[in-house]
Design a protein around this ligand. Structure first.
Ligand SMILES: [Zn+2]
Length: 409
């Protein structure tokens, strides 16, 4: 599912560059090398423009990565796990394994990124002005002359400073899935105490902003000049794409939250299913195959002795057992021991169960109370419940597949 190149690991967070990053990287490098930098420095040779442009583009994506890392590291202090950051065509994404536990945590995590981008931006611009001293630029001619005096380093810093400021401010727009949408949701959540309502507002504003970008984009494609975004069909198409992406992400994050909400306030005991066939550890694989596998309809077989839960055997475990030795292989040899299974307590929230399944990459979890197995909760059980509940609230969703993480820009 995650196409791309693994760039490395920072603070236990995997950094992945999606293939689509290449598109935007080339777009940035080409437009700097053939457009902006030759305009600023008419005397530069093409090689000089290209080297400066490529360096600037690399530093730009490094600052996007720093932005995502700041979300991840601030979130981690509040217990939000981020194990992967993806850089892709629309920027960066930190994949959260769980939602922030409180509105304060959400606020801190969301604001960290834009603040870091703005700080990087201000620092770059201060460095430029420190290196060239105070200059007064009043007319366009003066600006052209001022830019031409800048060296390659100052040129990169000036550009990097402005794009980081824009990145920080753009992300503060108060609509999902932008950071500003998270900030807004945290504040509404804090004021009203209503998480779902807060999400709904942030999601609606996010969609409104996305449609605004699409409208601007269409206007630009038709030849109009839009304040701040300028003009031109390419820029217009780009805005339409970004708007379309933001609109989808706003809808998805709202639906994902509805799903998670439907799993809150319902216990594992309520949603688990019973597993009547339980087997002794000394049972042979052959016996299971002959007597229980097809007739029971169970996907997993608990292994227990005198009512004490010892482990679990799945269809996969059975399939792995060598056919010639079915009669001599016992369940004890092929089972996953209980100590190595993440177990649920009966009163635990079903949303915890979903998180645990995603974290451990399993399809089912045993529900255990003082060494005794009560039942099994599978991903299918959760999906069944979510389909009923989400259907009930009038929201239809076609995203009932593994919600393995919440994208965050
Ligand atoms: Zn961000």
């Amino acid at each position: 599912m995650y196409r791309g190149v693994r760039l490395g690991r920072i603070h236990d967070i995997e950094v992945i560059a999606d293939w689509s990053l290449l598109i935007i990287f080339l777009l940035v490098a080409v437009s700097l090398a053939t457009g902006l930098f030759p305009r600023w420095h008419p005397d530069w040779r093409p090689a000089m423009s290209w080297i400066t442009a490529l360096t600037a583009a690399v530093l730009f994506f490094a600052s996007v990565l720093a932005h995502e890392l700041s979300h991840a590291l601030v979130g981690r202090r509040d217990g939000v796990m981020v194990r992967r950051i993806t850089l892709f065509v629309f920027g960066g994404m930190a994949h959260m394994e769980n939602e922030p536990p409180s509105w304060g945590a959400e606020l801190r995590m969301a604001i960290a990124g834009p603040l870091l981008s703005i700080a990087i931006g201000v620092a770059c611009l201060l460095l430029v002005s420190a290196s060239v001293g105070p200059v007064e630029v009043r007319t366009e001619d003066e600006a052209v002359r001022y830019l031409a005096t800048l060296g390659a380093g100052a040129t990169i810093l000036l550009w990097l400073g402005w794009v980081n400021l824009i990145l920080g401010v753009f992300n503060l727009v108060p609509g999902f899935p932008l950071d500003g949408g998270r900030v807004l949701r945290a504040i509404v959540w804090g004021v009203t105490g209503d998480h779902r309502r807060a999400t709904q507002i942030a999601s609606k504003l996010g969609q409104a902003f996305a449609w605004l970008l699409i409208a601007f984009g269409i206007a630009m494609v038709l030849g109009a000049t839009v304040p701040f975004f300028g003009r031109g069909a390419i820029g217009g198409l780009w805005l339409i794409l970004i708007g379309w992406f933001l609109n989808n992400a706003a809808l998805m994050s709202y639906r994902h939250l509805l799903l998670l909400d439907s799993l809150n306030n319902v216990t594992a005991r309520r949603l688990m299913h019973l597993v009547p066939v339980r087997l002794d550890p000394a049972t042979s694989v052959l016996t299971v195959m002959d007597r229980y596998l097809m007739s029971s309809g169970q996907q997993v077989f608990p292994v227990e002795r005198a009512g004490r839960f010892l482990g679990m055997v799945t269809l996969k475990d059975l399939a792995r057992a060598e056919r010639a030795h079915w009669d001599t292989t016992t369940l004890e040899e092929i089972m996953t021991p209980a100590q190595r299974l993440p177990a649920l307590a009966p009163q635990q929230q079903a949303s915890d169960a979903l998180e645990a399944m995603s974290r451990h990459g399993v399809e089912y979890l045993p529900v255990v109370e003082s060494d005794h197995l009560l039942g099994v909760l599978s991903r299918e059980d959760l999906m069944k419940w979510m389909t009923l509940r989400v259907g009930e609230s009038g929201e239809h969703s076609s995203t009932l597949t593994r919600p393995s993480g919440v994208p965050r820009r």
